[in-house]
Design a protein. Structure first.
Lengths: 325, 276
């Protein structure tokens, strides 16, 4: 195990940020700490980095007991949401910082900086100041700076949180490729489930200071441990007290399927290729359900406001077990 | 667009009136009186001006002022920096009280500061004065007391320049440096100090100007002994009251010129900060 966190508790006054959290993060993996804001995921990352200290519990990094080590002795690379670029230094100097602190030779530093500039595609910006870079470029610089010292683990705190949607998408694909290239144990914090599902090998879902579930993106999506994980990882809708994904409900324009529920479409909203239908069940409770179909399905079935339909959860759809959160 | 908007905002008459009032205000209060000091200093010619400055009591006063200013500014630099870091980067009980206390020198009259120091440190009835004097250390009517008074009145200037800049800078860069292997001193010299250097320069210049010009507190603690504990500002007063107007204006002009020079140097240096 590369990082072993045992029984970490951290409180700020009355607020419990982490409540007896234990997790093992294996070497070489890209792990996402996923959860809502204020759930404790950033605190956990900062405790691993040594930027905060836990009230109780241990942190072990690559077999070294690190609980009481200052951050400069943990050999972790840390990337901040707002880049934390050294504003008065050029891009190259930023990247060289950790190596200069380690008193490497001038030639070695120059060579390593060149390699890293290449790696993060910033070679032509070496002499620029951070203020002359875009957000995405600054974050790539911050990544190169963290990688320069060859850390045992790379920790990223909402690394793409301050970037606009398009750059964010590009950068997370790039991060995935970069990780496959340099293969350093990486942990990143995010509140964006799509980002976690797309990039991570393993996801740790954290909420209210506790770990809700640990698993691969597929495990989490297909077999969520509870309603919280189910609803955090994607949209849900409630039928008969069970949570389903809106795209896991099939829509028929005629009755006859065993167990299908009669309903009426009350609203439709088209977003790109998908159509979100709000459907009212024709039973006593008049429950409203959200169903997502593709544009093509909507056309072929002629689904529109006011028509009657019959609903049936798709074969193989896994409802959440309904654990109370 | 922005300039267009501001051009359209006020009618012409209002804008002209605003300008006249602002410029007139600054002229009547600052520019004209200061200019008159220089005019009067040279009213008997440059020779009389330089003769006045060559007077032994005047040269001694200038030397003493420089000595006290340099020591006070150094003390305020070190303590100001430490206090600002403490206030911004650390949480501790009594922080708000400390922060409020730092502004006390701004609100209290310097004369009161001088009297307070005399009460504590005078050689006969002060709290510590007799003890210190028995060790051969004289505070009141001597340079240490004058330095203390000057440090006291200029205390908030460095701190108040640094605190907002340090807060805005945040501690992300410092933590990033730590995670890259830098220890405390390395982080301070390589990351924190370059980030706050302009605020520091500005704070130092302000306290330099303030220390050069200190009068009230110095007058009380120094005893104003000619050729011994008389500083430049005290010379101005004494010469003026003794109807030696040329000398008074000459010394005053030098003090004013020194303070203005400080501000000019800063304003020349400062724009570079943005283009850097």
């Amino acid at each position: 195990m590369s990082i072993k966190v045992s029984n970490i508790t951290k409180t700020y006054g009355d607020f419990v940020a982490l409540d007896n959290v234990s997790v093992d993060l294996p070497t070489g993996q890209l792990t996402a700490l996923l959860g809502p804001s204020g759930g404790g995921k950033s605190t956990l990352l900062r405790i691993i980095a040594g930027l905060e200290s836990a009230d109780t519990g241990q942190v072990n990094i690559e077999g070294t007991e690190a609980t009481h080590l200052p951050p400069q002795k943990r050999n972790v690379g840390f990337v901040f949401q707002h880049y934390a670029a050294f504003k008065h230094m050029s891009v190259a100097k930023n990247i060289a910082f950790g190596l200069e602190i380690r008193k490497r030779s001038k030639d070695e530093i120059a060579q390593r900086v060149d390699e890293l500039l290449e790696l993060v595609h910033l070679s032509q910006f070496a002499t620029r100041l951070p203020s002359q870079l875009s957000g995405g470029q600054r974050q790539r610089m911050a990544l190169a700076r963290a990688l320069a010292v060859e850390p045992t683990v790379l920790l990223l705190d909402e690394p793409f949180g301050a970037l606009d949607a398009k750059v964010r998408k590009e950068l997370r694909e790039w991060l995935r490729r970069l990780h496959d290239e340099v293969n350093v144990t990486t942990v990143f914090v995010t509140h964006d489930q799509e980002e976690a599902l797309e990039v991570a090998d393993e996801i740790v879902v954290i909420n209210e200071g506790r770990i809700e579930q640990i698993g691969t993106p597929d495990e989490l999506y297909d077999a969520p441990a509870n309603d919280f994980v189910m609803s955090f990882l994607g949209p849900t809708t409630l039928i008969d007290g069970k949570l389903y994904r809106p795209h896991d409900i099939e829509v028929f324009t005629h009755p006859g399927i065993a167990g299908s529920l009669p309903a009426r479409i009350v609203r439709e909203l088209r977003v790109g290729f998908e159509v979100r239908l709000t459907v009212e069940l024709l039973d006593a409770a008049h429950e409203e359900i959200t169903v997502t179909v593709t544009r093509a399905t909507q056309r072929s079935l002629g689904l529109r406001d006011g028509i009657d339909v019959w609903l049936s959860p798709t074969h193989g759809a896994v409802p959440s077990m309904g654990a109370v959160v | 667009m922005a300039s267009e908007a501001s051009r359209l905002r006020e009618p012409l008459g209002v804008r002209i009136a605003l300008r006249v009032v602002t410029i007139g205000y600054v002229f009547a209060l600052v520019a004209v009186p200061t200019a008159l000091v220089f005019k009067n200093a040279f009213s008997d010619g440059a020779g009389a001006f330089f003769d006045a400055l060559k007077d032994p009591s005047v040269t001694h006063a200038f030397n003493l002022t420089i000595e006290i200013t340099v020591i006070s500014v150094l003390i305020n630099l070190v303590f100001g920096l430490t206090m600002a870091l403490l206030l911004v980067r650390y949480e501790f009980p009594g922080k708000r009280v400390l922060s409020a206390l730092i502004d006390v020198p701004l609100s209290i009259s310097p004369v009161v500061v001088g009297l307070a120091l005399v009460l504590v440190y005078n050689g006969r009835t002060g709290w510590f004065g007799p003890t210190l004097e028995s060790w051969g250390l004289r505070i009141i009517f001597s340079t240490p007391g004058m330095v203390m008074a000057t440090v006291f009145v200029a205390l908030p200037l460095v701190i108040r320049e640094l605190v907002p800049v340090l807060s805005e800078l945040g501690d992300d860069q410092e933590w990033a440096a730590r995670s890259l292997g830098a220890n405390g001193p390395q982080t301070f010299w390589r990351i924190t100090l370059p980030g706050i250097k302009w605020a520091l320069v500005y704070g130092v210049v302000l306290s330099l100007a303030r220390s050069l010009g200190e009068f009230g507190a110095i007058k009380v603690v120094s005893g104003n002994i000619v050729g011994q504990t008389q500083t430049a500002t005290l010379v101005v007063e004494q010469k003026y009251e003794g109807f030696d107007q040329t000398s008074a204006y000459a010394v005053a002009a030098v003090l004013a010129a020194a303070a203005m020079l400080c501000l000019v140097i800063v304003s020349i240096l400062r724009p570079k900060e943005d283009s850097e």
